[in-house]
Design a protein. Structure first.
Length: 396
């Protein structure tokens, strides 16, 4: 077989290491080359005509694709159990590309309201300028989702788990609504990754990732991907060739390299998330912890039934603290760096009030359920005992 060392039944780690790659590569190298090329040449006029008429699997010009990016696309399709993947230069590039390729004026789109705020902002501020209707319903309120679907609805969208509240969507129920009502379903699975959940197997039409997070995994690149069936992704790939939101060969290689350790890293992220959440839940200064792996989480049962693990993101609240006292905890940690994002080997910590909602009114923050004493910790792959000890000293 040309493109894979991993069979369809291989486990996630074998798939992450080998899928999508040729067994023999240029120069007999074990790694894939980085072709630093913006264009690809032809031997003569007849070979151009053959390329066009036979739809040959080669590159023509860098905006339409590059060989390294194809490797990553095949690897991601294999990891998700999907037919095809289209890689973009960022997660938002992937979302915009997917929706622009499939929506027409007069169509409507329904979101669960805890989805990534820039995704909803794109729909609310921009898709509406092109005559696409946008609705939001409370997250995991399946009756509200059903009620919001009209004959014009083309897409239902959710994230799972959501960020920073970590609500977990019942993926089978979500997919079933899409199927029964004849609308396309999209899950932004950035926080769970294909290691913890494979939404396509539950019948969802599209899975989207910010590959900037766990898939890349090293806080050193931006990328995004949509995975689904070949026919539903054909217009997405076509539009990407026009939009130009493609990964450079260098960036695609970084992502390929990062993906090799996805399963190993996720095991550690899952273990660290749970260990840190358990520690925080037992700490007298902590009012509440949101982590789907904890029995106290409102979506624990759904998570336990559907997910292999719950990832590295942990949200918690400092008991009786105002925003400054909460900031003091963040400023006292020594291992996690202070910054946005998640999913990399280095832990990151932030106060959502300051990082993402500083310019919002108190009423808006209340509507988004972002209290002043909320902390979001994205556990990296450090030793959990060190993370716990660091949090203990910061809380002390
Ligand atoms: C970061 C993120 C995005 C956006 O991805 P970028 O790569 O930053 O464009 C979308 N969805 C979720 C859940 C994210 O965490």
């Amino acid at each position: 077989m040309l493109h894979t060392n991993a069979s369809d039944t291989a486990g996630p780690s074998t798939t992450a290491v080998h899928a999508g790659e040729a067994r023999q590569k240029p120069g007999f190298a074990i790694t894939d080359p980085i072709f630093a090329a913006s264009t690809y040449t032809f031997a003569n006029t007849q070979s151009i005509i053959d390329f066009i008429e036979q739809d040959q699997p080669r590159e023509e010009y860098g905006r339409y694709g590059n060989p390294g990016e194809r490797v990553v696309e095949r690897k991601l399709a294999a990891l998700e159990g999907g037919e095809e993947a289209v890689l973009f230069a960022s997660g938002m590039g992937a979302l915009v590309g997917l929706l622009m390729a499939h929506l027409n004026a007069g169509d409507e789109i329904v979101f669960f309201d805890e989805c990534y705020h820039r995704s909803r902002e794109f729909c609310r501020k921009h898709l509406t300028r092109f005559g696409v209707g946008f609705r939001e319903v409370p997250t995991c309120d399946y009756a509200a989702m059903e009620a919001a679907i009209t004959p014009r609805t083309k897409f239902i969208v959710s994230e799972s788990p959501t960020n920073p509240h970590l609500s977990v969507v019942d993926i089978e129920r979500f997919a079933e609504i899409g199927r029964r009502r004849g609308v396309l379903s999209l899950i932004d699975a950035t926080l769970c990754t294909p290691f913890n959940l494979r939404p396509l197997e539950a019948g969802v039409d599209f899975v989207l990732h910010s590959a900037t997070k766990y898939l890349g995994g090293h806080n050193d690149l931006l990328a995004g991907v949509v995975v689904g069936s070949a026919d539903k992704l054909a217009p997405v790939r076509q539009l990407r060739g026009i939009m130009g939101g493609i990964n450079s060969p260098h960036n695609a290689y970084l992502l390929e390299r990062g993906l090799k350790t996805l399963a190993l890293r996720m095991e550690r992220h899952n273990a660290n998330g749970l260990a840190v959440a358990r520690f925080l839940e037992s700490h007298p200064r902590v009012e509440r912890v949101l982590y789907p792996g904890l029995e106290s989480h409102p979506f624990h049962a759904v998570a336990a039934r559907t997910m292999r693990g719950c990832g590295g993101l942990v949200t918690f609240f400092i008991k009786g603290a105002d925003w400054r006292q909460t900031a003091a905890v963040i400023d006292a940690v020594r291992i996690p760096r202070i910054g946005p994002s998640l999913g990399g080997v280095e832990s990151l910590i932030e106060q959502p009030l300051v990082m993402s909602y500083w310019n919002y009114t108190p009423a808006e923050r209340a509507a988004f359920r972002i209290p002043d004493n909320m902390i979001r910790l994205a556990c990296g792959i450090e030793d959990s005992a060190d993370l716990v000890a660091d949090l203990a000293q910061a809380l002390g």
